[in-house]
Design a protein around this ligand. Structure first.
Ligand SMILES: Nc1ncnc2c1ncn2[C@@H]1O[C@H](COP(=O)(O)OP(=O)(O)OP(=O)(O)O)[C@@H](O)[C@H]1O
Ligand SMILES: [Mg+2]
Length: 351
C-alpha cells in the first residue's frame, strides 16, 4: 500500500512536471501509477501498465536494479538505464522511497547529452591524429637536419620543401576547422543575394585552374539550362562549397582526367554539379563521406599526389554540407566506384 498523502503528492508532481517522466511503484516493484510519457516509453497505454512489474513493463535490468536498491536501502538511489524501443534512449534514473512504502521513479532523458559527449570524444581523437601526423614528419625532418647527418644542399632543400608542405597542411587543417566551427555554431550570418549561377560557376573554374593544371585535369564548363534563374545565396559561402567539390573532383581524378562543372534550374532551387571520371565512391561509403573527418581510404588520402594538393583532413565535404544546410539547401552525390562521381549542392532560387 502507498500512503495516501504520498500518493496525492505524486499526483501533484505528475501534474506539474513537464520534462521528466514519472512512475510510482510499490515495494514489490509493481507499477501503481504512471504518467502518460512513462507509459508510452514502455510502449503501452496508461491503464494497461498499472499492476505490471517494472521489469515486465520496461525490460531493463538496470532500471529494475535502481528501484530495487531504493526499496531495500530505504534511501534515494540514482542510476542510468537504456529504455524505450530497443533501448535506444538513455535515461538518468532517480528512485526516491516513500514514507509509507513504495518508490517514486523519475526519468530524465540524457540521450542527446550522451551523443554529444561521444561526438566530442571522437572529434578530439580525430583532430589529435590529424595534427600529430604532420607534426611528427616536421619533427623527424628537423631532427635529421640538426643532427648534421645531411650535408648536401640538394637533400637539404628537399627536406625544407617537405617541411613547408607539412606546415601548409597544418595551416589548411586549422583554417578548415575554424571555418567548420564558425558555420556549425551559426556565427557566420549568411548574406543572401540573388546570384547569377553562371558567374558562380565561372569563378569556380578560374579558381580551380592552377590546381587542375598540376594534375593535368581538364576543367569543362557545362552549358547552362537557362539564363533567367538566380540563386538566393551567400556568394562567398556558395563559392567556397563549390570550390571544395571541384577540389575533390580534381584530387580524386586520374591524371589527365576531366572535371565538368555546371548548374541546372530545378523547380524552386538551383543545383550546382561537379562531375568527375575519377576513382568514384562505393555505395558503402556514400552515406558517410559528408561526416567530418571521414575518408574512404586513409592510406590513399596521404599519398604524395594528395599531399601535393594540400593534404586531406576529411573536412571539405562536412563544410559543404553545413553551407548547404545553412541555406536550407541540400547536398548529394551519384557515384560508381572506378567510374567517377557527380556531387551536387542545391540552394533556393531567388525567383
Ligand atoms: N570526387 C570524389 N571522388 C572520389 N572520392 C571522393 C570525392 N570527393 C570526396 N571523396 C571521398 O570523400 C572523402 C571526404 O572528402 P572531404 O572533401 O570531406 O575530405 P578530403 O578531401 O579527404 O580532405 P579535405 O577536403 O579536408 O582536404 C575523401 O577523403 C574521399 O575519400
Ligand atoms: Mg576535400
Amino acid at each position: 500500500m502507498i500512503d495516501p498523502i504520498a500518493a496525492a503528492a505524486f499526483e501533484a508532481l505528475l501534474a506539474r512536471r513537464g520534462g521528466d517522466l514519472l512512475l510510482m511503484i510499490d515495494r514489490d516493484l509493481r507499477i501503481v501509477r504512471a504518467g502518460p510519457e512513462a507509459a508510452s516509453l514502455a510502449e503501452r497505454d496508461e491503464p494497461s501498465i498499472i499492476g505490471m512489474s517494472l521489469i515486465a513493463a520496461f525490460g531493463s535490468a538496470a532500471f529494475d536494479a535502481v528501484a530495487r536498491h531504493a526499496v531495500t536501502l530505504g534511501e534515494a538511489v540514482a542510476g542510468e538505464a537504456d529504455l524505450g524501443h530497443l533501448g535506444a534512449r538513455h535515461f538518468a534514473v532517480d528512485a526516491v522511497p516513500l514514507a509509507g512504502g513504495g518508490v517514486v521513479l523519475s526519468l530524465h532523458d540524457i540521450t542527446a547529452l550522451r551523443r554529444m559527449e561521444r561526438v566530442r570524444r571522437d572529434f578530439v581523437a580525430n583532430i589529435s591524429h590529424e595534427l600529430r601526423t604532420p607534426l611528427t614528419s616536421i619533427k623527424l625532418l628537423a631532427e635529421t637536419v640538426s643532427s648534421g647527418s645531411v650535408d648536401d644542399p640538394a637533400t637539404m632543400r628537399d627536406f625544407a620543401s617537405q617541411v613547408e608542405r607539412e606546415a601548409d597542411h597544418l595551416a589548411q587543417l586549422v583554417d578548415e576547422l575554424l571555418d567548420l566551427s564558425m558555420i556549425e555554431s551559426g556565427e557566420t550570418a549568411l548574406s543572401l543575394e540573388p546570384l547569377d549561377p553562371e558567374a558562380i560557376v565561372a569563378d569556380c573554374v578560374i579558381r580551380i585552374g592552377p590546381v587542375a593544371e598540376r594534375r593535368k585535369v581538364h576543367i569543362v564548363r557545362r552549358p547552362p539550362s537557362s539564363t533567367e534563374v538566380r540563386a538566393l545565396a551567400d556568394p562567398n559561402r556558395l563559392g567556397q562549397a563549390l570550390l571544395n567539390l571541384a577540389h575533390n573532383a580534381v584530387k580524386y581524378s586520374h591524371l589527365g582526367g576531366e572535371v565538368r562543372i555546371g548548374w541546372e534550374a530545378l523547380e524552386d532551387r538551383v543545383r550546382f554539379t561537379v562531375a568527375d571520371d575519377g576513382i568514384g565512391v562505393s555505395e558503402a561509403h556514400q552515406a558517410r563521406i559528408f561526416e567530418r573527418f571521414y575518408k574512404v581510404d586513409r592510406s590513399r588520402a596521404r599519398t604524395r599526389d594528395a599531399e601535393q594538393l594540400g593534404g586531406s583532413a576529411g573536412l571539405g565535404l562536412a563544410i559543404v554540407r553545413h553551407i548547404a544546410e545553412a541555406h536550407h539547401g541540400a547536398v548529394g552525390l551519384v557515384s560508381e566506384e572506378g567510374l567517377g562521381s557527380t556531387f551536387w549542392i542545391e540552394v533556393p532560387s531567388a525567383f
